[in-house]
Ligand binder design. Sequence first.
Ligand code: PXP
Length: 250
Amino acid sequence: MTEHVRLGVNVDHVATVRNARDGDSPDPARIARLAIEAGADGVTAHLREDRRHIRDADVERLMALGAPLNFEMAATPEMLAIALRAKPHAACLVPEKREERTTEGGLDVVGQKGLVAPVVKELVAAGIRVSLFVEPDAEALDQAELMGAPVVELHTGSWCEAIATGEGARAEREFKRLADAAAYAAKLGLEVHAGHGLDYASAETIAGLPAVAELNIGHFLVGEALAIGFPEAVRTMKAAIARGRRRAAA
Ligand code: PXP
């Protein structure tokens, strides 16, 4: 178990607020820099086909920060070309439907392996650390390993939703699924990340899973930033994650 669980800060929703007025403020690159200065270990941004939040120019400006950029992308020729040009530290392949509000469900790596596998291969060959955003299911993890992806990001959305709606038994079941999947992925030799819908409490809990090496968090931090400022939200999140890890190690 690593001593430290990394925090990747997702700045998509900073861009969502900016785009509500089509101007330049708030600037995702400025907020990303503040997040790094406050202790975030990297920045995550999703360039969607419809450019609804992050824009092409944001990707260049985020790269210019010099911090590790985790580029979330659909497995399409357009996004592959952009990733190969930008050469981010990491690329996370996610499913993308035009009508969804946010990324719903993990990547169908089994059903779409013909589409996903070549993209993984090209990114890996370019030296970009590839992760696949998947549901916590053994079949998806087996497929990720077969495709040669070094990392999986487990989708925590169902667990977080069950917590939010007060469905205690379902939340317990979903957490067990995540814990089992994390342990299984580690056994396959995959690095394990997790994300979607996490807040301070759920991040603290999941940081206690020994296989988890990184959490990617956006929406909750942007909401917290309105109340306490982005740097303080990042510091509070880092402290929650560290607490969860320390407790598991004790
Ligand atoms: N990880 C992935 C792959 C995602 O698609 C998202 C949502 O953009 C996140 C993490 C962050 O989710 P949230 O904004 O709910 O924290």
